[in-house]
Each structure stands twice: as structure tokens, then as C-alpha cells.
Design a protein around this ligand. Structure first.
Ligand SMILES: [Zn+2]
Length: 212
């Protein structure tokens, strides 16, 4: 805890002091971010640092493995869907980004999990949303002759997981409507922690290419 409080004091005396006008303005006029990022809760992947954003720039939700569940207004506790609804209908963001990343623990759980015998209360049921990604990854890995290569399978599932989240975003009727009329665009990115490389998904070809 001391580490956090020391960090807060550095922030207060440094960043906040230098940018207090921005904070005051944001407090007065409210937030008007143009972008929503759906990222992973992983401590190593902080979108505000990766994209060097300022306060007020990005509306963000971080969950296990940057998963977007399908549209399901069924009265359950849909935290991610609630954030998406507020970003789209309340803030009218113009861009939605799903940010995947390398060495994702949630994806590793999905790759290794046994559907018949869950060992976690919430993580495995949550990760089931991304099973289509794992199945596509298995097909690709088998085609490559690397079906038993756990790391390769995880990487492919991370990549395919971004696509599954984008597919599920489009099941929200008010997202599909805004994408169709051009008010909203959706994007897939993938961050490699080790190399610092960022890959961007071409949604037409389904291929990720490095951002130069
Ligand atoms: Zn992750």
C-alpha cells in the first residue's frame, strides 16, 4: 500500500500539478472520450501507458482476457456489457478497440481448461465465451502441425479471441446500427509485451500486421 501512496504523492506533485487545468475542465464539462478500449485486466498491459493517452481520452473496461460477451439482456450482472452500453449510447464514442495481448493468463486457462471439471468459480465460465476462438486456434495449429505446442495454441487463441470479441460486439443491435451508418468503427489490436510490438487487425482479411 505504501508503494501506491508514494506513487499518488508523485502524481499529485508532478502530473496533476502540471495538468490541473485539464482535470478541472474534465470535472466541469464531463467526459467526452471518442474511443472505448476493451482490454485485459493483466497488470502488464495498461492501455493508458501503451497508447500514451491523457485523462479523458479513453473510456476503458478491463476484464479477464478482453472478452466481449454476446448481447444478452437477460437480467444477469453484465458489467462489461453495461460499460459498452454507456460508451456507445451515453458517450457516443466513435471508435471501439478490443486490445488483446501476449502471454494472457485468461487465454492460457481457456486453452488448458476442461469443460467438465471447472476448478474456478468465475474464470472458466467467463472464458467459455471465447471457446470459438480456441476452436479456430486448434484448427490452425493442427494445420501447422503444432497441435501440441501450448505456447503456439495460446498465441493463436489470443489472436482469435480478439476476433471473437469483435464478432460479439456486432451482436449488440445499437452497435451494429452505428457501424452500418458510419457513426462507429470497431478495431482489433494485439500487444506483444516482450517486444513492445503492436499488431492491428485487418477485418477484411482477418490478418494482424505490425503497426510501424
Ligand atoms: Zn490477459
Amino acid at each position: 500500500m505504501d508503494h501506491l501512496l508514494a506513487g499518488y504523492r508523485r502524481f499529485r506533485d508532478g502530473y496533476y500539478a502540471a495538468n490541473h487545468k485539464l482535470f478541472e475542465e474534465l470535472a466541469t464539462r464531463g467526459q467526452r472520450p471518442k474511443t472505448m478500449i476493451i482490454g485485459c485486466a493483466d497488470a502488464r498491459v495498461d492501455p493508458a501507458i501503451t497508447f500514451d493517452t491523457a485523462p479523458g481520452d479513453v473510456f476503458m473496461v478491463r476484464n479477464v482476457a478482453n472478452v466481449v460477451p454476446p448481447y444478452a439482456p437477460d437480467g444477469d450482472y453484465h458489467g462489461t456489457s453495461a460499460a459498452i452500453e454507456f460508451a456507445v449510447k451515453g458517450l457516443e464514442v466513435e471508435n471501439m478497440v478490443v486490445l488483446g495481448h501476449a502471454r494472457c493468463g485468461g487465454i492460457a486457462t481457456l486453452v488448458g481448461m476442461n469443460a467438465q471439471a471447472h476448478t474456478t468459480d468465475f474464470i472458466e465460465p467467463w472464458m467459455q465465451v471465447a471457446i470459438p476462438a480456441r476452436e479456430r486456434a486448434r484448427t490452425i495449429a493442427a494445420r501447422e502441425g503444432r497441435a501440441a505446442d501450448h505456447l503456439r495454441l495460446c498465441h493463436l487463441t489470443e489472436i482469435e479471441g480478439v476476433k471473437t470479441s469483435l464478432t460479439n460486439l456486432m451482436t449488440f443491435p445499437w452497435i451494429a446500427e452505428r457501424v452500418a451508418d458510419g457513426r462507429l468503427s470497431i478495431h482489433g489490436l494485439y500487444f506483444d509485451i516482450t517486444s513492445g510490438a503492436l499488431m492491428r487487425l485487418d477485418r477484411t482479411t482477418g490478418i494482424f500486421t505490425p503497426v510501424t
